[in-house]
Design a protein around this ligand. Sequence first.
Ligand SMILES: Cc1ncc(COP(=O)(O)O)c(C=O)c1O
Length: 435
Amino acid sequence: MTILEKYIEKYAASRRGKFVSQTTTHEVDGKTTYKHIPETKIPVFPVLSFSSLFTFFQNKPKNVLDHGYPDIPVTAARYAIAHALKHMNMAADDEILIPAYHCTVMVAPIVTMGGKPIFYKITANLDTDLVDIRKKITPKTKAIIAVNYCGFIQNMAEVRALCTEKNIILIEDCAHSFFGQKNGVTVGGHGDYILVSARKFFPVDEGGVLLINGSAENIPQQEKQKFIYSLKSFLALIERSLKYGRLWLLAPLVELFNFLRSATKNVGKVPETEPSVHVDPIDTPSDPDVVQEGENAYNHNLRDKEATFINILLPKILNTTTITKRRRNHYLWLSAQFKKMPHCRLMIEELPEGIVPFMLPVYIENLEKYFSAFEDAAIPMQRFAQFLWPDMAENICPITADYSKNVILFPCHQELSQQDLDWLASTVHNILAQE
Ligand SMILES: Cc1ncc(COP(=O)(O)O)c(C=O)c1O
């Protein structure tokens, strides 16, 4: 490591918190126990850097926006679901079929708006279980939400055919899949409504759209955010990059800005105390429109807001050729490593041409045994479906019950360096090799 690299690493570390928010690891005396975990030094989602900066003359890879459908810009895909339900005139007690393998923010809009979520099974390879869906369709079924998990385009063509046969609306959830094609159809090409989430593929902190495969009539105007929020958002994006040793050339500017800001404010901050493991149930939200807190928050009041200008702009101008290439390369490299690791099984063996992964899903036998060590080592990861909608019967989908406990998604985004990848693979390997 050169002196400059050492300095950047030290500076980046000084900007990272010692601990970040909580993640559930276990229950103590029947109460959910939250543990503060060290902040990762590798970003779980992409951050802004000079290397993925824009080019205006690239041959852009196919993506979900290419269909040219009318759209409603939102701050996150969860609000795109709410708009889809509103646009289709979902009535109280209409049934919406939704995969048992989900995150709770996908269910919250349905329930908040008076619909009834009906959970259906997924298959072992993350496809929609069409046999189960057929059993669950009733005269009240209004729509099906089907997901393209992890960037892979699932059996969406078959789901489309079923929806057409039964006259049911298809909401194609492309939150995990912005780019790519399968059998010549670009991602998002099957749904009546298509959900897009920007922060899973781009270095933004909010943003998404609802695409509507239909006429541009009855499309509501979203509330624009003030320009000052865009500036703040941009600064926050740069700050996040600095934490991870990117955009360090901009560090003096940001430091100067922060110095001026704090000099003009009378800051009397209470020093942070070092947190430790504690028992702390999720607060009951005081606002009835807010379902849960933090990452899993669903605030119905945000439905009609669009993202800040900068968060809308970045996905349009960043170098998507580089982004897609790197994601595929990182996925392939990590797959080769995880294949050799003890207790690991790749959920998806192949990476077909044209597919651009969101994250690498890995099944880890008896994950519970190692998960705490993963957290303590600050492994960048996500546990999709760790928390399921509380009213969903546990035995509805045995595959979901299993995956919810034993599957981890590891990042393969464009901003990982080879050093990051080496560290990730070797740290996970060392933990899993301990008996
Ligand atoms: C499959 C899926 N759909 C929808 C969403 C909601 O996306 P957003 O976080 O942009 O609201 C998520 C969130 O992670 C998701 O994983």
